[in-house]
Design a protein around this ligand. Structure first.
Ligand code: IMP
Length: 214
């Protein structure tokens, strides 16, 4: 099945090609002549995911899907959430995003330990976090939604070279001794938020007779 993936993120594209397999030919917005940044101005992952898919559908009139993902960190009250890509600024710089995440968490941990010393009871959250992904598929003009989540915790410093984004500091529950940057792409795709959402989309398409499934 030939379909446009509404992303300019090469890491997401590489993973999606691997996850969806040979039944899918993924076309990028750039290959359709759409080179501007796809707008994402919603307040939720679902709203942004829908907005990105609708933008591509409006421009090229073809079947497409989008992925909006976010990182929720418990000690930060669920931040960066919908602001994950631009946490440290509009340039979406992965390195600065990670620096800000580690700094903000260190401040919150210090506040929590000071509060504990003062005898205040604060529910401990540790460094628990999760990635969430919402995929919007627009097929024959109809929208369909698929979701996935990956539970884990945030490391104290970067480790590993693989992956993209926050991978060097995200330790998935399934591999408690490694960050996502230290496991293989195959291992990451088998457990990831994006892997779960895209496999759900692929299975649903197979039930429609549109593809043979992932
Ligand atoms: P968006 O979905 O393009 O709005 O951006 C989500 C941001 O979350 C990306 O720019 C990455 O920084 C981060 N992100 C999403 N998925 C992953 C992942 O699998 N690993 C690491 N970072 C991710």
């Amino acid at each position: 099945m030939k379909i446009v993936f509404a992303t300019g993120n090469s890491g997401k594209l590489r993973e999606a090609r691997e996850i969806l397999g040979r039944g899918f030919e993924l076309v990028t917005p750039a290959e359709m002549g759409i080179t501007e940044d796809i707008p994402e101005t919603g307040n939720t992952l679902s709203a942004n995911s829908r907005q990105k898919a609708e933008y591509i559908r409006d421009r090229c009139g073809c079947d497409c899907f989008s992925d909006d993902s976010g990182l929720e960190v418990d000690i930060l009250g669920g931040a960066p959430g919908v602001h994950t890509a631009r946490y440290a600024g509009d340039d979406k710089d992965f390195d600065r995003n990670i620096d800000k995440l580690l700094d903000d968490m260190a401040i919150k941990e210090m506040e929590a330990s000071m509060a504990a010393e003062m005898g205040l009871h604060i529910k401990p959250t540790g460094r628990k976090a999760r990635f969430r992904c919402v995929v919007t598929l627009i097929l024959d003009g109809e929208k369909h939604y698929f979701e996935g989540a990956l539970e884990g915790r945030i490391a104290r410093c970067r480790s590993g070279k693989g992956g993209f984004g926050y991978d060097p500091v995200f330790i998935p529950d399934e591999y408690p001794a490694n960050t996502l940057s230290e496991i293989t792409e195959e291992q990451k795709n088998a457990i990831s938020h994006r892997g779960k959402a895209l496999r759900a989309m692929s299975s649903w398409l197979a039930t429609q007779g549109t593809t043979t499934g992932a």
